[in-house]
Design a protein around this ligand. Structure first.
Ligand code: SF4
Length: 508
């Protein structure tokens, strides 16, 4: 049975054996993952993590002409506030002169609802949303409380669908169900596949590796799906669209900022192009198996060689290799000239990175290309998709980087910073704030307003790193005026002291 036939998608721990506990070297990580030991690994102490509702709302809040109902306690919808500016920016970048921002409601479940059930509140919220806003879709995203008390959001949406004009999309995103927040990507793609794609669309019986079937479809069209689950801002989308247009391809972007009615077009494309396997593998495999749309899925096009390989892989599907080589030669020559005055500042500099698995490793590849040494990488989780980039990262250095698989956990990060003394730290704000307080310059590993991918992204990251390294005064002063919550006793302790199972070897 296909995953999509079930109401609820599997969590990443089940589907991919993903885990988020490890401290040691790359070789040990691969060995533990291959031997399935990592799935038993635990932390005796945890400090801060990310629930899957955060990336979940980051995607659904961008869907145009839709209302999001966060079914749960009121605080679960909180990320909607921080996502508002980014959503408005995307709407403006797509041509809106009157950006609406996020439009989300909450069923605001309380103690009484925990006893009596929350389905009535959800029904009322759906009716209100349909009546007040007349959206094309109402997205019901379920958080922990309904999952614990047993509210059946699929039954509620099926029951109400005939009464309302909007398409109803139930999404199971209960934070307590998984430690791997990337499960949210599957949850959203699962609901899109079940509710927004046309089951009558032309299907092609295809075996995954049937190149001839794939080629036939590719010959019929040069329309491609570029997938973005909110890990690229408009400027990143623009950079990749520019490169794909250079190959003569027409680009349509899903799922972020797409209109609910447009999702059916995803099955008409000649190729799906993933920007990250952690994000898209659930969906691209479904599109191939159900609709015969082949896919390209490599690691992120962050870094010069990663971008070259990403572009070559796409071009190979259309027999456009020679055009791709022309683009690569032109772009890398321009980039080399642009970087010439910046790279001397990176020689001998040590960097530490904390981010989603594929993003952290791909960024590490770029920083090595710029001349830096990676002293530690902290992927948020680990599964099979990180292996190629990890091998590359390890092979490119004399001294192996430390690998700390952790969804944030700043106490491990601050400990490692003390042991490895990086010159610069790349992370999301929830990580970087702790690094900044130790006095080292930081750079956001993602921000919707900056370019990270492609050749433009390589230059932008280099330019920002150069500026931070040239003037770290802010962080030096910050260190003098803030107090870290960690005591000397912890900072002298083994960084992976609380990792009670799995491989925690190493002189850290
Ligand atoms: S962990 Fe559960 S209760 Fe907390 S924000 Fe996530 S979904 Fe809501």
């Amino acid at each position: 049975m296909s995953y999509i036939e079930a109401k609820v998608p599997p969590k990443r721990e089940q589907r991919l054996g993903a885990c988020n506990v490890y401290g040691g070297d790359g070789c040990g990580l691969k060995k533990s993952f291959g031997g399935c030991c990592l799935q038993q690994a635990k932390r005796g102490f945890g400090q801060g993590s990310i629930c899957q509702l955060l990336p979940g709302t980051a995607i659904v809040n961008t869907i145009s002409d839709a209302v999001v109902i966060v079914h749960g306690a009121i605080g679960c919808g909180g990320p909607g506030h921080t996502q508002n500016a980014g959503v408005r920016g995307t709407q403006m970048a797509r041509g809106s002169t009157n950006p609406r921002g996020t439009l989300w409601l909450s069923t605001n479940l309380n103690e009484r609802d925990v006893i009596t059930g929350g389905e009535e509140k959800l029904e009322e919220a759906i009716r209100q949303a349909d009546r007040r806003y007349r959206p094309s879709a109402i997205i019901v995203i379920s958080s922990c409380v309904p999952g614990i008390i047993g509210d059946d959001i699929d039954a509620v949406t099926s029951r109400l669908q005939p009464e309302v004009a909007a398409r109803l999309l139930p999404i199971h995103c209960e934070g307590f169900k998984t430690k791997i927040m990337a499960t949210a990507y599957d949850a959203i793609y699962h609901s899109v596949a079940r509710n927004l794609l046309d089951p009558e669309a032309e299907t092609v019986s295809v075996i995954v590796d049937d190149i001839e079937v794939a080629r036939e479809r590719i010959r019929r069209s040069k329309l491609v799906n570029l997938l973005n689950v909110s890990s690229m801002g408009s400027v990143d989308e623009k950079e990749l669209t520019r490169l794909l247009n250079g190959l003569g391809l027409e680009v349509q972007i899903f799922p972020c900022a797409a209109h609910p009615d447009d999702f059916r077009k995803v099955t008409e494309a000649a190729l799906s192009i993933s920007t990250c396997p952690t994000h898209d593998d659930y969906f691209v495999k479904h599109l191939q198996q159900q609709y015969g749309v082949p896919f390209v899925q490599r690691f992120m096009p962050i870094g010069i060689e990663n971008t070259n390989q990403w572009l070559r892989a796409v071009a190979a599907c259309f027999n456009l290799e020679s055009i791709a080589e022309e683009i690569i030669a032109r772009e890398t020559a321009e980039l080399r000239d642009a970087l010439a005055s910046l790279t001397p500042a990176f020689v001998g500099k040590k960097a530490m990175i904390s981010a989603g698995e594929v993003r952290a490793l791909s960024l590490g590849n770029l920083l090595q290309e710029l001349g830096m040494e990676i002293v530690a990488v902290r992927p948020y989780h680990w599964d099979e998709f990180g292996e190629t980039a990890l091998d590359q990262l390890v092979a490119n250095q004399v001294r192996e980087p430390i690998i700390n698989v952790a969804t944030v956990h700043p106490y491990e990060s601050v400990n490692l910073i003390g042991k490895t003394t990086p010159d610069i730290y790349f992370g999301h704000p929830s990580d970087s704030v702790w690094a900044a307080k130790t006095g080292i310059p930081t750079i956001p590993v993602y921000h919707g307003g900056y370019t990270y991918v492609g050749y433009a992204g390589a230059f932008e990251i280099a330019r920002r790193a150069w500026r931070q390294l040239a003037n770290p005064t802010f962080n030096h002063r910050l260190k003098q005026h803030v107090r870290q919550p960690y005591q000397a006793q912890w900072l002298a302790e083994h960084a992976f002291h609380y990792i009670t199972e799995g491989d925690a070897d190493g002189p850290y």
